[in-house]
Design a protein around this ligand. Structure first.
Ligand code: IVH
Length: 676
C-alpha cells in the first residue's frame, strides 16, 4: 500500500467517525454541535473522497445511510418504504446541474415542471392510516426503521386521528402512509429555549431539534404542551388513488383533513423554480416558522418513477438550501447575565454588525461548556449567526485572527447583580451556573410570584402586576417584606382601591399558617417541586431540621436522590436563605406540620408491581397512604414490602435478591386490615 492511499484511508476513516458522531448528536440526542453548513461540508468531503476512491467505499459509510439508528427508547417501526433524504444544492449552478441530470435521464429537452415546497426545519414523520384511522406514527430513524411515537403524535392538533373525506375529495385509500414534517413555531421555539435556560437545561440548537426533542418525550403529556404542527409533504407509496402529479396528491391530502403547506407552488421550469426560491428568501423572516431552503420535486409521478433513487436520496428531488445568516465581527467583552430564575448566562458584547438586515450587538454564549468548547475570548474575531432565536449566537472563533493571548472568560463565583452577591454554583451534570440567593433582585419578582402562588402560600389577589410594582417601588426585598406591607402603601399603587388593598392585606395575613410542605415548596429550592416538598415536610417536620439536614440525612430519605439532596443542602448553607426564613418566621409565619402518622405501618415503604387484578392500583396506594405507609417506585434496601401482581417483571427479581418481603394482593389487603 502506498503512503497516499494510507493517508486517504485514514482521512476517510476520520471523516466517517466524525460524521457518525455528529449524526448521533443531531438525530439521537437532539443536541448538535456543528452548524448545518459545517456538517454538510464534512459530508461532501467524504463523498468526494469516496467517489475518487471507489475501492474504499463501504456500505456502512454515513454517506450510504440516512441519519442515525433510533435511540432505543421507543419501540421500533419498520417503514414499508424507506424514508429517504434529499440531496442538497448550495448554489444556483447546482440546481441547474440537477435539472440537466433529470432531463438527461428522461431523455428530454423540454422544461421539467417542479413542485416547489419550503424546506421546513423540523422532523420527518410517517403516519399510517388504515380504513381512515391513524394506526401508527413514527420518526424517520435510520430511514428503514424509526421510532414508534404514535402517542406523542396523537397530541398534535394537526394530526387527524380519523380522516374524513370532504365533498369532491378523492376516496380515502384502505391504507395510507403519509410523510410530513413536525415543526415548532418560531415563538414556540423561543419560549422553549427561554424555559430551558431558566431550568439550566441545554438549549435546543434550532427549531428542528426542539421539534424532535418535543416529539420524543417519553411522557406524551409533555409533548402535548409543546406548540407542534404537522405539514405533510409526501407518501410512502401512492397507491389506491388516481392522481398523476405530486401537487394533485397533496391536494388529495387536504381533502382528507391533512395539512399541507399553502406556500407550495408548481413551477413550469427550473428557472421559475429559482424565481420562487428568491421569493421565499425574501419571505423567510416573516414566516411564523423557520425554513432553511426550498425543495424542488419533479411534479409528474410517472417521471419520478422513471428517475428512481440512488442509495440515500431520490433522483427526482433536491433541496436548494438558503445561505446561513452569518457575519464576522469582534468580541468587545464577555459579561455574565442573570435570568429570571437565577441562571447565569455568558453574553458576548460585539462590535455592531449587520446580519440579514438586522444589527447585532450581543450574542449568547449559552453556558460555560459552550464558551470553553468554542474557546471564545475578549478581542476575538468571531462568526455570529441568526438562527430563528431572538438572540444570535456565536458559531465559532476565527482563530487566525486572534491577536496575542487574550484571557479566558471566568464565571464569577458571586452573583454580578447589584445588591445581590449570592453564590454562583454549578450543579453536577448541568451546563448552567446559577445564583442561589433566594433574595437575588434579578429573581425577586418570579420568586415572589412562586411563593405567593398556587401550591405554595396561595395569597389571594397578589397577582403578577402587583408584585412587579411592589418590587419596583422597593417595598419588597425578600419574601418576609410581604408581611410588612400596609394597606396605606398598597393604595398608593396604580389601580388600587382602598377595598382591594384591605382585602389583600387580609389574605396576606391569612397565609401565615401554611402547611409546612407548601411553605417549603414556596421557597423555590431547586428541584423541590410539590411532591418533594411533601416528602421533606413529612420526614423533617420543621424548617430548622430541613435547613440543617446533611446530605447524608437527606439521601437517607426514601424518594430523595443525590441531586435533590445536594440542592437542599446548598440552599440551607446559603446565609441569605437562612435569613429569609428567619425573617419570615419573625414576621409571624408559622408553617405547621401534619401530625406524624402512628400505627404499625406508619412510614413503611411499599412498592407495587404487576397487575393486582381485583385491587386497582390507585385504591391500593390510597389505602397504604391512609395507614401512614409510603409508595415507592423502585425496589431498594429501603423497601419494606413488594406487592407483586401478575407479570411482575424485574422488580420481583430485585426484591427476591434483597430478601424484601413479597405480598400478593390478598396479602396486602390482610396486612392493611391489621392497621386500618
Ligand atoms: S421531501 C424523498 N419535502 O428534509 C423526499 N422533505 O433532507 C424526502 N424536509 O427527511 C422528503 N421539508 O425531514 C421533503 N417540503 C419538504 C421538506 C422535507 C423538510 C426534510 C425532511 C427530509 C429532509 C431531507
Amino acid at each position: 500500500m502506498t503512503a497516499t492511499s494510507a493517508d486517504v484511508q485514514n482521512e476517510i476513516a476520520r471523516l466517517r467517525r466524525a460524521l457518525e458522531r455528529h449524526n448521533r448528536l443531531y438525530y439521537v440526542e437532539d443536541a448538535p454541535e456543528l452548524p448545518d453548513a459545517d456538517y454538510d461540508a464534512l459530508f461532501r468531503q467524504l463523498q468526494e473522497l469516496e467517489t475518487a476512491h471507489p475501492e474504499l467505499r463501504s456500505e456502512d459509510s454515513p454517506t450510504q445511510r440516512v441519519g442515525a439508528p433510533p435511540a432505543g427508547r421507543f419501540p421500533p417501526v419498520s417503514h414499508t418504504h424507506p424514508m429517504l433524504s434529499l440531496q442538497n444544492a448550495m448554489a444556483e449552478e447546482e440546481v441547474f446541474e440537477f435539472d440537466a441530470r433529470v432531463r438527461r435521464i428522461l431523455e428530454t429537452e423540454d422544461p421539467i415542471a417542479y413542485l416547489t415546497e419550503p424546506k421546513l426545519d423540523g422532523i420527518a414523520v410517517e403516519l399510517v392510516y388504515e380504513q381512515g384511522q391513524l394506526v401508527v406514527g413514527s420518526t424517520r430513524g435510520d430511514g428503514a426503521t424509526g421510532e414508534d411515537v404514535t402517542a406523542n403524535l396523537r397530541t398534535i392538533e394537526a394530526v387527524p386521528l380519523t380522516l374524513t373525506r370532504a365533498s369532491g375529495a378523492h376516496p380515502i385509500p384502505q391504507r395510507l402512509e403519509i410523510r410530513g414534517e413536525v415543526i415548532i413555531s418560531r415563538t414556540g421555539f423561543q419560549t422553549l429555549n427561554a424555559d430551558r435556560d431558566e431550568q439550566g437545561q441545554p438549549r435546543f440548537a434550532n427549531p428542528r431539534n426542539a421539534a424532535a426533542g418535543s416529539l420524543r418525550q417519553l411522557d406524551s403529556r409533555m409533548t402535548a404542551q409543546r406548540p407542534l404542527d404537522l405539514l405533510c409533504h409526501g407518501a410512502g407509496a401512492i397507491e389506491g388513488i388516481s392522481v398523476t402529479t405530486h401537487a394533485e396528491f397533496l391536494d388529495a391530502l387536504v381533502g382528507w383533513g391533512l395539512k399541507t403547506n399553502p406556500l407550495n407552488r408548481v413551477c413550469e421550469s427550473v428557472e421559475t423554480a429559482i424565481t420562487r426560491y428568491r421569493d421565499l428568501v425574501e419571505a423567510r423572516d416573516s414566516l411564523p416558522y423557520e425554513i432553511d431552503g426550498v425543495v424542488l420535486k419533479v411534479n409528474e409521478l410517472a417521471l419520478q418513477e422513471r428517475l428512481g433513487q440512488v442509495s440515500r436520496s431520490p433522483r427526482w428531488a433536491i433541496a436548494y438550501k438558503f445561505k446561513a445568516q452569518q457575519a464576522e465581527t469582534k468580541v468587545r467583552n464577555i459579561v455574565p447575565s442573570v435570568g429570571r430564575l437565577g441562571t447565569v448566562t455568558p453574553i458576548a458584547e460585539l462590535e455592531p454588525v449587520a446580519v440579514g438586515g438586522v444589527t447585532v450587538r450581543n450574542a449568547s454564549l449559552h453556558n460555560m461548556d459552550e464558551v470553553e468548547r468554542k474557546d471564545v475570548r475578549v478581542g476575538d474575531t468571531i462568526i455570529v449567526e441568526r438562527a430563528g432565536d431572538v438572540i444570535p449566537y456565536v458559531v465559532r472563533v476565527v482563530r487566525e485572527k486572534r491577536v496575542g493571548r487574550p484571557r479566558k472568560f471566568k464565571m464569577p463565583s458571586r452573583c454580578p447583580v447589584p445588591d445581590c452577591g449570592g453564590h454562583v454554583v454549578r450543579e453536577e451534570d448541568e451546563a448552567a451556573y446559577r445564583c442561589i440567593n433566594a433574595a437575588c433582585p434579578a429573581q425577586l419578582k418570579s420568586r415572589i410570584r412562586h411563593f405567593a402562588g398556587r401550591g405554595a402560600l396561595d395569597i389571594d389577589g397578589l397577582g403578577e402586576k402587583l408584585i412587579d410594582q411592589l418590587v419596583e417601588k422597593a417595598l419588597i426585598r425578600d419574601f418576609s417584606d410581604l408581611y410588612h406591607v400596609t394597606a396605606e402603601q398598597l393604595v398608593e399603587l396604580e389601580r388600587m382601591a382602598a377595598k382591594s388593598a384591605a382585602n389583600i392585606v387580609t389574605s396576606i395575613e391569612r397565609s401565615k399558617t401554611p402547611p409546612l410542605d407548601r411553605f417549603v415548596y414556596g421557597l423555590g429550592i431547586r428541584h423541590v417541586g410539590e411532591h418533594l416538598a411533601g416528602i421533606l415536610a413529612e420526614e423533617f417536620r420543621n424548617m430548622d431540621a430541613i435547613l440543617n439536614a446533611t446530605e447524608e440525612d437527606l439521601v437517607g430519605v426514601h424518594g430523595i436522590g443525590p441531586e435533590v439532596a445536594a440542592s437542599v443542602r446548598r440552599f440551607g448553607a446559603e446565609r441569605t436563605n437562612r435569613q429569609v426564613v428567619e425573617r419570615l418566621l419573625a414576621a409571624g409565619v408559622t408553617p405547621r406540620a401534619e401530625p406524624a402518622p402512628t400505627g404499625v405501618l406508619a412510614g413503611k415503604v411499599f412498592v407495587l408491581t404487576g397487575s393486582l387484578e381485583d385491587l386497582p392500583r390507585g385504591e391500593a396506594e390510597r389505602r397504604i397512604k391512609a395507614v401512614g405507609g409510603k409508595v415507592g417506585s423502585s425496589v431498594s434496601k429501603k423497601t419494606d414490602y413488594l406487592v407483586a401482581g401478575a407479570d411482575p417483571g424485574s422488580k420481583l427479581a430485585k426484591a427476591e435478591k434483597l430478601g424484601t418481603p413479597i405480598l400478593d394482593a390478598a396479602g396486602l389487603v390482610a396486612l392493611l386490615a391489621t392497621a386500618e
